[in-house]
Design a protein around this ligand. Structure first.
Ligand code: AGP
Length: 586
């Protein structure tokens, strides 16, 4: 959830760290801070707000020193305060750390450290790492030994980076991402490639249970017992360099507009891989599909497509609910796990439970170097490039595109319909943004929106309502059209707005009937359809297309509606309040 970044080299660390943190802010952005090592002292600056705000206020990037660490936070333990912002110093100021994850046994460790005279300034679990490292350093007088001792005492999930007043930088990874960037006479260590993209294209991915020590001579990587481990240097894919907004005002807008291209890139599997995957799904007795948030909405669409067209019975599981669900994975099971980041803790937990029970894991991920991709039997790449906007947009349509491809394979279609027409219809829809901007103006003061869809469109409605909540903070709810009369109708009056997803397919007539019920209660109707109707107060025209593909195009105007509503309401669509893109905590 948080981003961490460290640097050691022959030039000033702080400006590079501040730039890297700005690129990684999608991981958390409620506070930020930097610490550097200068003249045998650790200097720390931090504050509340986005990186640019904190930097404007306290000039993070002016800290001197060639070694440093930085952090952007998404609060878990302790409120959003300057004291809780990272980096955290040990009580003697000899060690500073930045941390991503959760230390489960921090209260026990804190009690022990307090008894030994170490003091604490924050409410965070993270601060315990600084004092524990300090304690072990005070005993061993050796930074590497103090890392080994500390790593044997910490319980939970973590990636952290530490600097010691006596020189050097250290970093460790356990179930949170961490990678090293190798520059010219310099090293970066970061939660994400975006931390150092543009400075180097060579990286080493640390494995779970490894730590690295950095000094001016180089790096050494070991397991938590201190035994050296071997690594290969990987070239970072060029597409990561694509992580800027280009001419768009926001990443979210750019990512919405990339969809005509990204749906065509989705999957990128060879025919043999597709065949293997289809055969695995067909021979498995139990097929499950999982994800969180948007990825779960894609999972529901996948379930619908597999069941309707390929007659494959498949059970969807909300990842965060697996631990409470009566799900019985076994060696005859396959779990299809969907995740943009491949790092969502809930999804990883589901995949771990399934794998331990002998199930095969098939992941559909954007970040192919992620933990989820790593633990899967096969990983299918979304290939949609970095998605920086916290709200998932292009990853959703790419996930769907893969579901369509897989469904066709499962149906035994050899000459798969290509997505080129869908892509050009999305481009046409995007040209019509001024109509959607006008509707968004109408929604400026609206407090409730209901989104209706029947059949497969109910899942698009769920995704649309998630986008409206996240981006515009409008209370939005999705229902199947036929469910209105079973309760939700009680909510409707002339203040409510109802979006009806009503393409010309087998759901059309019954959605029109539901729209009449809505209209009779005085609510305003926004109709998304390829057939105009007087019943719609606002009409978003849909291009005609093979009816199976409507979900891929109808979500696009709804993403735009959520985006423009955010703009109207002065919310920052790239960084919705209280959220983070990659939810790596439970
Ligand atoms: C989507 O707009 C959300 N920000 C969120 O629901 C997201 O889809 C969810 O956290 C899952 O993330 P993942 O796809 O990276 O696993």
């Amino acid at each position: 959830m948080c981003s961490i970044l460290g640097y050691i080299g022959s030039g000033p660390a702080a400006p590079l760290i501040v730039e890297g943190l700005k690129r990684m802010e999608y991981r958390g952005y409620d506070s930020a801070g930097v610490a550097t090592l200068f003249m045998d002292k650790i200097l720390v600056k931090k504050g509340i707000g986005r990186v640019f705000e904190v930097n404007n206020e306290v000039s993070l990037d002016s800290l001197p020193g060639d070694v440093g660490i930085g952090h952007t936070r998404w609060a878990t333990h302790g409120g959003v305060t300057s004291a809780n912002a990272h980096p955290h110093l040990s009580s003697s100021n000899g060690i500073a750390i930045v941390h991503n994850g959760i230390i489960d046994n921090y209260q026990d460790l804190k009690r022990e450290l307090l008894a030994l005279g170490y003091t604490f300034k924050s409410e965070t679990d993270s601060e315990v790492i600084a004092n524990l490292l300090q304690r072990n350093y005070d005993v061993t007088r050796d930074f590497k030994k103090s890392m080994i001792a500390t790593l044997s005492q910490l319980k939970g999930k973590f990636a952290f980076i530490a600097i010691s007043k006596d020189g050097g930088l250290a970093a460790a990874r356990f179930q949170e991402p961490l990678m090293i960037g190798i520059g010219k006479q310099s090293y970066f260590v970061s939660s994400d490639i975006l931390g150092f993209v543009g400075n180097t294209d060579e990286a080493i991915y640390l494995e779970n249970g490894e730590f690295a020590m950095f000094n001016s001579d180089g790096i050494s990587i070991s397991d938590f017992e201190g035994n050296p481990t071997k690594h290969v240097v990987t070239k970072i894919s060029k597409e990561f360099a694509d992580a800027d907004k280009s001419d768009y005002v926001h990443y979210t807008l750019k990512e919405i507009y990339e969809q005509p291209t990204t749906i065509l890139r989705a999957g990128g599997m060879t025919e043999q891989e597709l065949d293997w995957l289809a055969a695995l799904i067909i021979r498995s007795k139990n097929v499950y599909i999982t994800g969180s948030g948007t990825s779960f909405n894609s999972a529901l669409i996948g379930k619908y497509l597999f069941s309707k067209y390929a007659r494959v019975k498949i059970e969807p599981i909300v990842s965060s609910e697996t631990q409470f669900s009566p799900v019985y994975f076994d060696s005859n099971s396959v779990l299809i796990a969907l995740s943009q980041s491949g790092e969502s803790a809930d999804v990883l937990e589901t995949a771990n439970i399934a794998k331990e029970s002998g199930a095969e894991i098939v992941s559909i991920v954007n970040v192919m170097t992620s933990s989820l991709a790593h633990m899967s039997s096969i990983s299918v790449g979304l290939n949609c490039g970095p998605e920086i906007g916290v709200a998932a947009t292009k990853s959703f349509t790419s996930q769907m595109a893969i579901m369509y491809k897989l469904t066709e394979k499962l149906c035994g279609v050899t000459d798969a319909r290509d997505l080129n027409l869908v892509s050009s219809q999305i481009s046409k829809l995007l040209l019509n943004h001024s109509n959607i901007q006008k509707i968004a103006k109408e929604l400026k003061t609206v407090s409730d929106i209901y989104v209706l869809g029947n059949g497969i469109h109910q899942y698009v409605a769920m995704e649309a309502s998630l986008k409206l909540k996240e981006l515009s903070y409008i209370h939005a709810e999705a229902f199947p059209g036929g469910e209105l009369k079973h309760g939700p109708l009680a909510l409707l009056d002339s203040n409510a707005y109802v979006v009806v997803i009503n393409p010309n397919d087998s759901t059309y007539t019954s959605m029109l009937a539901a729209t009449h019920e809505v209209k009779a209660r005085g609510a305003k109707v926004i109709g998304i359809s390829n057939i105009p109707s007087e019943i719609y107060d606002y009409w978003i025209p849909l291009p005609a297309i093979d009816e199976a593909f409507y979900p891929l195009i109808e979500i696009v105007p709804l993403q735009l509606l959520a985006y423009y509503s955010a703009i109207e309401r002065k919310a920052n669509p790239d960084y919705p309040r209280n959220l983070a893109k990659s939810v790596t905590v439970k």
